[in-house]
Design a protein around this ligand. Structure first.
Ligand SMILES: Cc1cc2nc3c(=O)[nH]c(=O)nc-3n(C[C@H](O)[C@H](O)[C@H](O)COP(=O)(O)OP(=O)(O)OC[C@H]3O[C@@H](n4cnc5c(N)ncnc54)[C@H](O)[C@@H]3O)c2cc1C
Length: 235
């Protein structure tokens, strides 16, 4: 079989790393802030901790915050077997978003105040992860997403816990990122106003760990907890 030319390989790599916008994921307002690079979407998802999952039950919309993990092109959610949100999105449409707050944008004009952010919106249908090995892997991903290094240290799920837990995968095929960064965008004539303008940046700060009072003896705080942080993976 003839091998692919370098140009073909490069084209395939570029198209694989870019998510094709659909009619649903095409950013309309300020499209210059849209980003369909897979690396951008993944970096935002990997830095975030909480997503909001939208679903419809009996014609009424719900939006519920929950934990998640990304593994390759999959987003994993988990919860109790009876979890309504998870039940609704198994085989059903969902829209999931993750938002990281980077700063407040203080403009000279009240109407140009804004927020610096990185956010992702995902559309898709959920599917239950039933294969025990994959299900355990997904649970591992969720714990490691929240606190890397923890899974191997803590007790593993017993049969009852495992059976009582529902794991759902949502494919990361139809998604968009949107990023606002930088200073305020004031009208040019407003630049002459003697009104302070700028950005108040923000970063999430983690405090020193507080040991559980029920620890049976003093224990050293594990390094992954003592030095916990969620470093930005996207500049
Ligand atoms: C913290 C924060 C504060 C914001 N405040 C405001 C505000 O006050 N007013 C305002 O109008 N907008 C605000 N936005 C932007 C808002 O999220 C939308 O991008 C905006 O409403 C424009 O929507 P649209 O009509 O272009 O998009 P729509 O037509 O509603 O969306 C089309 C598609 O674009 C994609 N998309 C749109 N927005 C985002 C996003 N933020 N992240 C990833 N994908 C996206 C989705 O795939 C969506 O389905 C804020 C965003 C964030 C994260």
């Amino acid at each position: 079989m003839p091998s692919e030319s370098p140009a073909v390989v490069m084209y395939r790599e570029i198209t694989m790393s870019t998510i094709q916008p659909t009619t649903r994921t095409k950013v309309c307002r300020i499209p210059g802030r849209a980003d369909y690079e897979r690396t951008t979407v993944e970096a935002i998802l990997d830095e975030g901790l909480i997503c909001h999952v939208a679903f419809v039950v009996d014609g009424k919309p719900y939006l519920i915050p929950t934990a998640y993990a990304r593994d390759g092109r999959s987003l994993y959610l988990h919860g109790a077997k009876s979890n309504r949100m998870l039940r609704a999105i198994i085989g059903g449409e969902t829209c999931i978003s993750v938002t990281l707050l980077d700063g407040l944008v203080i403009a000279r004009s009240v109407m140009h105040h804004s927020i610096n952010y990185r956010s992702v919106v995902i559309f898709g249908k959920g599917e239950e992860v039933t294969d025990p090995e994959q299900k355990l892997h997904a649970l591992h991903c969720v714990v490691e997403h929240i606190i890397p290094g923890r899974w191997a240290d803590a007790r593993q799920p017993n049969d009852q816990e495992f059976a009582a837990t529902l794991v759902v995968r949502v494919p990361l095929d139809e998604c968009s990122a949107k990023v606002r960064k930088g200073p305020p965008v004031d009208d040019e004539e407003d630049h002459l106003l003697l009104v302070w303008a700028g950005v108040i940046p923000t970063k999430q700060r983690w405090m020193p760990p507080e040991p559980d009072e029920l620890l049976t003896q003093p224990m050293e705080v594990p390094a992954y907890a003592a030095a916990y942080s969620r470093p930005a993976k996207y500049e």
